[in-house]
Structures are given as structure tokens and as C-alpha cells.
Design a protein. Structure first.
Length: 475
């Protein structure tokens, strides 16, 4: 299999054919020895290439663990090996827990998707007060993300104990990025408000509510709030790279990410949780339908982000629900294929590593489904061809990170610059596959396909973290 010109046509055909070639019953409960060797090789390669301190991978098929592997260290300083019961911060995977809690309240008639923030949190007076619960769940509220979009705020979080009120004050009065419902932009602030809404409506703390309505009924015994004052057995320590050196990640107080990203868990608990939401009789069909429901923007653009805090995508003909999580010192991903009853979990204790857990999950899933990995080329292109794609592009109406991407043609290669060509961001090398398709050199699951109908590309489509975004030339 090879990325090449006409990749969209290939993907559509592959999706149709593989849906027939790999029906649910054709995926065996157990993996073949060759598949285990292939996954072992992938895990070892990513662990080494990404310079992960520790990595835990779990593949569950119909409630049966068909692959479980740990590699490296949960604690580098004390040479403590990573184990299957090592506890990692799971970052934004927390959002799916928050969404489930909210949708339980909706399903029970105690909350409505159309309720506005100020109708629930009556003292909330900021511009985002008009956003609805559904818009908070789907990142369409327009409330700026306190981690990235509010100047001079992020640096205050490290080593600082915070309260819910303090965190809310960082974003409550800030102007909206856009009118609610008109664009999509990832917002931790929106999910922070959802945690406060759960507390207001239930009369319990967010963490107590999860314990009683999610952890206990779904059999989760190793999932925690993230409060570093608690004693958590086998807690993995988090790391980052400083230059070429591995360093301890900065500490963070659990009420900084709160309901947007504070939870800790094991691979087994994440897999058990994810599978239970889709397969267990503890979750009603009506609630499951809410979890998987997607919405549209006002202009009709269909969103991939479901109400349940999950990205809905088509992976080689199979419906997939996934979400990654990245927080100080940790990087995680999990995915579930409902029709196949297949769950893949990747947990690590290094932020910012590439290849990412997202890329590893995709490669592992191909092995399980007997789908060949794409062959990656590095085609040499003429300067004129490279300059066809170079320039600045505006991202929207669905945005993830900066609203502008720049592409620079230099030294026979195309480079990506987040924020635009005139910014000071590092240049990220891309590999040409032909036909206007490029992949990121450090993460070949992150792809860019440019329009090739004119002398200069007018747009591109980007596939990242199981989502598809579009950009239009701005220069």
C-alpha cells in the first residue's frame, strides 16, 4: 500500500472494500504470533525513536486482552520499570469521562443540551454565558482555551495550587473567539465549565460524581483525580525533553486541568471504561446514542467531535471513536471500534514525543485488522513544484491549534510552520509522496494533501489525530 496521487479515491475504495474484507467476525479473538511480533516491533521502534521513558500498550478484543506490553521505566531516577498496572496521567481522555457525566444528567432529565451556561451557573456573567451545554461538549462555544489563547496565563499554572474560582476567572471575562456554533476550536475552558456544571446539577463534587456513576458501575478501580497529595500505588512519573536531555516535567495542581484533563489511570481501566461505554449493559442505548451523536456548525459543516468527548472517524472502513491526551509529562491515546469490539490503549510518560501514541495506535490497529501499513516515500520535487504549495493558509471553520499554517519551500523540501511563514515557529520537515500529498517526517500518520488543479495550490486537507481539517490559501 502506498500514499500517492488520488489518495482520496484510494481511501474511499479501500474503505468500501475493507469493510467487506474485514467484517467483525473475521477479526479473531486472539492474535497470531506474527501479529504479536509485528506489534512488538512497532512498540520497540516507537519507544526508541520517540525517546519515551516508559510505554504501555494494551489491545482488547471482545473483553479479552490479546496484547499487553510495557517497555522502559515508570520512574527513571529510581529505575522502576513500567508495568501493566502503572498509573499514568491520561490528560484530555478525561474529557470523555466529563462528557459521559454530563450526558448521564441529560439522559436523566436533570439537564438539557440546549441549556445555557448562565441558566445553570447563575453567577456566570462572561460572554460565554450564552453558550449551550452541547456547544461546550463539542468545542463550538467560542470560549478561549485558557491553556493557549489567553496571553500570560499558562506560565502561572506550574507549581501553583489553584481553586475552581481562580481557574474560571482566567477565561470568564475574555471575549469569545467567535459566535457560538459558527466555528470549532478546541477549548479546555469549555470542559472546565462542564465539570462545574456537573457539580452544580448533581450537588456533588465532580470527582465524587465520577466515582459513584462511572467508576463503580463500570468496574474501574485504578482511576484517580490527579491530586498529587494522594498516595497512588505504581504512579508513573512524567518527563519532558530539554534539548537532548530527559528532565522531570513541571508539577501541576490537579484543579488546573480539572474536568478537562486531570485524571490518572491504568491501561486496563481505560480499556475497561472505553469498552463498557459501547458494549456494557450498564450504559443504556439512549445514553450511548447521545455519546456518539455528532452535530453541525451553523453553515452546515459536519463535525467529527461527538457529544461524548470523542472523535468519530472512519478508519479503513471501520467506525472508530478515539481521543488522545497530552499533559505535563504524559502522552496517551485510546480508540474503540464498536462493530469489531476492539479497543487499543497507549499510555506514556513523556509529553511531546514523536512518533506519538496516536500514530502508534493507528499502526497497531492495522496489524490487528490485517491492513498493510502505507509505504512512505521521500520523493525529490523540483523547486517549481514545491513553490506551488508554499505560502500561508487559513484554517477553518474547524481549527486545532493555530488558525494559520505556513509552508516553506527550501533545500528541496517542504517545511511546515505553525502560525504562518513569518512566525518564529520551528520548521517541521515534510516528506513528499507525490500528487500533492505530504506526510510529516517525524509522524507519518499526520498528512497534508494539497489541491493540484491550479498553478498554485488554493487549499489543503490535513489528517491529524483521526480528524480532518481544511486550510485555504491566505497569501
Amino acid at each position: 500500500m502506498r500514499y500517492s496521487a488520488g489518495v482520496r479515491t484510494w481511501v474511499i475504495c479501500a474503505a468500501l472494500s475493507l469493510a467487506v474484507l474485514v467484517p467483525a467476525d473475521a477479526v479473531p479473538k486472539d492474535l497470531e504470533p506474527r501479529q504479536i511480533r509485528m506489534i512488538d516491533s512497532l512498540v520497540e521502534s516507537v519507544h526508541s525513536e520517540g525517546r519515551y521513558p516508559g510505554l504501555t500498550v494494551l489491545v482488547n478484543r471482545k473483553g479479552h486482552d490479546v496484547y499487553a506490553r510495557t517497555i522502559g521505566f515508570a520512574d527513571v531516577e529510581n529505575r522502576v520499570p513500567a508495568e501493566m498496572d502503572s498509573v499514568f496521567a491520561i490528560g484530555s481522555i478525561t474529557k470523555s469521562f466529563t462528557a459521559l457525566a454530563v450526558l448521564q444528567l441529560v439522559d436523566g432529565g436533570r439537564l438539557a443540551l440546549g441549556d445555557t451556561v448562565d441558566s445553570i451557573l447563575e453567577d456566570y456573567s462572561g460572554p460565554g454565558s450564552v453558550a449551550t451545554v452541547a456547544q461546550l461538549l463539542t468545542h463550538t462555544s467560542g470560549i478561549p482555551n485558557y491553556l493557549h489563547e489567553i496571553p500570560a496565563v499558562r506560565g502561572t499554572f506550574e507549581r501553583r495550587r489553584s481553586t475552581r474560582e481562580q481557574m474560571r476567572s482566567y477565561f470568564e471575562k475574555e471575549p469569545l473567539l467567535f459566535e457560538p456554533g459558527t466555528h470549532w476550536s478546541y477549548s479546555n475552558s469549555g470542559y472546565y465549565l462542564l465539570g462545574l456544571i456537573v457539580e452544580q446539577v448533581s450537588g456533588k463534587s465532580y470527582f465524587e460524581y465520577l466515582e459513584e456513576t462511572v467508576y463503580e458501575p463500570l468496574g474501574l478501580h485504578r482511576t484517580y483525580s490527579g491530586d498529587d497529595s494522594e498516595i497512588v500505588a505504581n504512579r508513573a512519573r512524567g518527563y519532558e525533553l530539554r534539548g537532548d536531555n530527559l528532565v522531570n516535567a513541571p508539577p501541576w495542581h490537579y484543579l488546573v486541568p480539572f474536568s478537562a484533563g486531570s485524571l490518572l489511570s491504568t491501561a486496563a481501566d481505560v480499556a475497561r471504561y472505553r469498552r463498557a461505554v459501547f458494549q456494557s449493559d450498564k450504559i443504556s442505548r439512549r445514553l450511548r446514542d447521545l455519546v456518539t451523536r455528532t452535530t453541525s456548525l451553523q453553515d452546515g459543516t459536519e463535525l467529527q467531535y461527538a457529544l461524548g468527548g470523542l472523535v468519530s472517524s472512519n478508519f479503513h472502513g471501520h467506525r472508530k471513536y478515539s481521543h488522545s491526551g497530552e499533559i505535563y509529562g504524559y502522552f496517551a491515546n485510546h480508540a474503540h471500534y464498536p462493530a469489531l469490539d476492539l479497543t487499543v490503549v497507549v499510555l506514556s510518560n513523556r509529553k511531546g514525543a514523536t512518533p506519538s501514541p496516536v500514530a502508534l495506535e493507528r499502526k497497531i490497529s492495522r496489524v490487528v485488522l490485517n491492513i498493510p501499513q502505507p509505504d512512505i516515500d521521500d520523493i525529490a520535487l523540483e523547486k517549481r513544484e514545491l513553490e506551488r504549495y508554499a505560502g500561508d493558509y487559513e484554517i477553518g471553520p474547524v481549527m486545532f491549534g493555530p488558525s494559520q499554517y505556513g509552508f516553506v519551500a527550501r533545500e528541496g523540501r517542504l517545511f511546515l510552520k505553525f502560525g504562518g511563514t513569518y512566525g518564529d515557529a520551528a520548521e517541521v520537515p515534510l516528506l513528499a509522496q507525490g500528487g500533492g500529498l505530504f506526510v510529516m517526517a517525524s509522524n507519518d500518520e499526520w498528512t497534508f494533501e494539497f489541491d493540484t488543479t491550479g498553478e498554485r495550490a488554493s487549499s489543503f486537507e490535513m489528517a491529524v489525530r483521526d480528524a480532518t481539517l481544511s486550510g485555504r490559501r491566505a497569501d
